[in-house]
Each structure stands twice: as structure tokens, then as C-alpha cells.
Design a protein. Structure first.
Length: 104
């Protein structure tokens, strides 16, 4: 599938035909606000994404036919990828792990 990468979007979005073909079903509903202030409700499920050889499960908004397929920030972070704003290319994310003591 082709996605528009939107680092400003929290969750990824699948078009209706795509999530139906994958057999996804909503596990919950969330309210979203569009840029123009319009509120709408969409189902949310989980899907496995594979990008550049990296594979991970991430929440996905089950969009309608008119919704754009988006790859959002949560999915990118789950895949340990980030969008370089200058080159507009995906690149590996430096993963940070917080711990209370230094490993020996």
C-alpha cells in the first residue's frame, strides 16, 4: 500500500477498502478533530506494518472511503523510523532507553 507520511498525525489511517480487505475490525472508537475543526468518530484496530524491512504492530484508524491513507507518528516510532524534515526521507531513529543504573 502507498501512504502519505504525516508526522503530525498520531495514528496511521487505512482507507475503508484496504482495512476491509485485510479483515480488520474495530476494537474501539475514538473521536478525532480535522484541521477545519470538524469532529468525527472512527474505529481503531491494530495492524502489522512493514516499511523498509522493519515490521511492527501499531494502532490504525479504520478510515472511510474519502479518508487519506496516512502513516502516522506512532507507527513510525514503533518501526524505529523518523521522517527527516530536510531530506523528506525516512531514516532510522536513535532509540533511547532510560534506566536507573548503568548496565555492567
Amino acid at each position: 500500500m502507498r501512504f502519505l507520511i504525516d508526522s503530525g498525525a498520531v495514528y496511521s489511517v487505512l482507507r475503508r477498502a484496504d482495512w476491509k480487505a485485510l479483515g480488520l475490525k474495530p476494537s474501539r472508537e475514538l473521536d478525532f478533530v480535522l484541521a477545519d475543526g470538524t469532529s468525527l468518530t472512527r474505529g481503531v484496530s491494530e495492524a502489522v506494518f512493514e516499511v523498509e524491512g522493519r515490521r511492527a504492530t501499531s494502532p490504525v484508524v479504520l478510515g472511510e472511503t474519502e479518508d487519506e491513507a496516512l502513516l502516522g507518528a506512532v507507527t513510525l516510532e514503533t518501526l524505529a523510523l523518523m521522517l527527516n524534515p530536510l531530506s523528506r526521507k525516512l531514516q532510522p531513529m536513535r532509540m533511547v532507553l532510560a534506566c536507573s543504573a548503568r548496565p555492567r
